[in-house]
Design a protein around this ligand. Structure first.
Ligand SMILES: Cc1cc2nc3c(=O)[nH]c(=O)nc-3n(C[C@H](O)[C@H](O)[C@H](O)COP(=O)(O)OP(=O)(O)OC[C@H]3O[C@@H](n4cnc5c(N)ncnc54)[C@H](O)[C@@H]3O)c2cc1C
Length: 315
């Protein structure tokens, strides 16, 4: 049996969940198996999970699991996943759950996977290494395997099956010996990790008071906003927007970098973007080496003009 853990935000499945189910279905077809989804407190319809190939959805409904606790979540998944493969999206959530499962199941662990399996036996796949600077082909003969699939790396392929949903009961620790308190900032804006288009800005913006031009461009494109590390360190933007080696790792279809120099630590978080557009007034800025399209110019002139043109185009 192949298990795919699907994340949800406020009860709704994240887009990356469909990609991991689709991935699991491809693997299932390779080895002649089926896909069972494990999810916790989802309020969403399971129909899209069936559409991408899940034959069974185990949706654990439990008030005690409303607060995210990686160790407890790993315990829940461990009770339900009685097979050789457990698949996750590569995310902060999986990075904190999966290691507990690896130990519990004595499984091999392959993270940041960016290709469909090259072979199922032995299991062979490509993964990102060195903060996205390299790609490694890895192979394991381990009988149990836990993998995390990088978002937007393989995409979703529809493969509809007849599915059923169950709400299994699980045992929870009465007192794990600690208390996790969680608070989530719900701005109602587009989630950066899920966004197809990201408008990102750096120290070239000169100060937080100038961010309206970034938000205007993001609004017209239906994009999420991001920033470089010094910008969030200075408190110009919230830390949740910081991308890079020490921030979020994203892979949108379009990444627009404005007034960002393109340091290696920044690129580590965005170099899997499908198309990169750079706006910078320094033609020697390192970011241009990674750009698909570049505009050499003053961002305070270029960005408002771009927004106006896009508004006209959309109109
Ligand atoms: C261990 C470590 C981890 C790090 N992790 C991260 C990370 O996760 N993410 C990250 O982003 N950084 C990270 N950094 C910092 C990184 O090395 C860079 O210092 C940082 O990315 C630079 O931010 P920036 O491009 O916004 O600023 P700058 O390097 O100051 O670049 C500003 C850019 O704006 C351009 N500019 C200025 N004015 C204009 C204008 N009017 N119009 C157009 N362009 C203009 C300039 O030409 C310049 O290229 C890390 C560093 C270390 C040591």
């Amino acid at each position: 049996m192949i298990y795919a853990y699907t994340e949800n935000l406020n009860g709704k499945y994240k887009k990356s969940s469909f990609e991991v189910v689709s991935y699991a279905k491809t693997l299932a077809d390779m080895i002649g198996d089926t896909v069972t989804v494990i999810t916790i407190n989802s309020d969403d319809s399971p129909d899209d999970l069936y559409k991408y190939g899940a034959t069974k959805v185990l949706n654990v409904k439990n008030e005690a699991l409303k607060v995210f606790d990686p160790k407890v979540f790993a315990g829940v998944i461990s009770q339900l996943a009685d097979g050789n493969y457990i698949l996750f999206s590569h995310s902060n959530e999986s990075a904190s759950i999966a290691p507990f499962l690896v130990k519990e199941k004595d499984a091999a662990y392959i993270t940041n996977v960016i290709s469909l399996p090259i072979s199922a036996s032995p299991f062979q796949v490509k993964r990102n290494v060195f903060s996205g600077k390299g790609i490694a082909t890895v192979e394991t003969t381990a009988s149990k395997l836990i993998i995390t699939v990088s978002a937007n790396s393989v995409g979703c392929k529809e493969s509809p099956v007849q599915g059923i949903q169950e709400n299994p009961q699980v045992n929870l620790p009465t007192d794990p010996g600690y208390k996790v308190e969680s608070s989530e900032l719900n701005t109602g804006k587009i989630d950066l990790k899920e966004a197809e288009i990201v408008v990102s800005a750096g120290r070239g913006m000169k100060g937080p008071e100038n961010w309206k031009i970034i938000e205007d461009l993001a609004n017209v494109l239906g994009a999420a906003t991001a920033c470089s590390k010094p910008v969030s360190d200075a408190g110009w933007r919230p830390h949740a927007e910081h991308v890079g080696q020490t921030g979020k790792v994203i892979a949108p279809k379009l990444y627009i970098a404005i007034g960002i120099s393109g340091a290696i630590q920044h690129l580590a978080g965005i170099n899997n973007s499908q198309t990169i557009v750079v706006i910078n007034n320094d033609p020697e800025a390192p970011f241009f080496k990674s750009a698909d399209y570049g505009v050499v110019g003053d961002l305070f002139e270029v960005v408002p003009k771009l927004t106006e043109k896009l508004k006209v185009f959309k109109g």
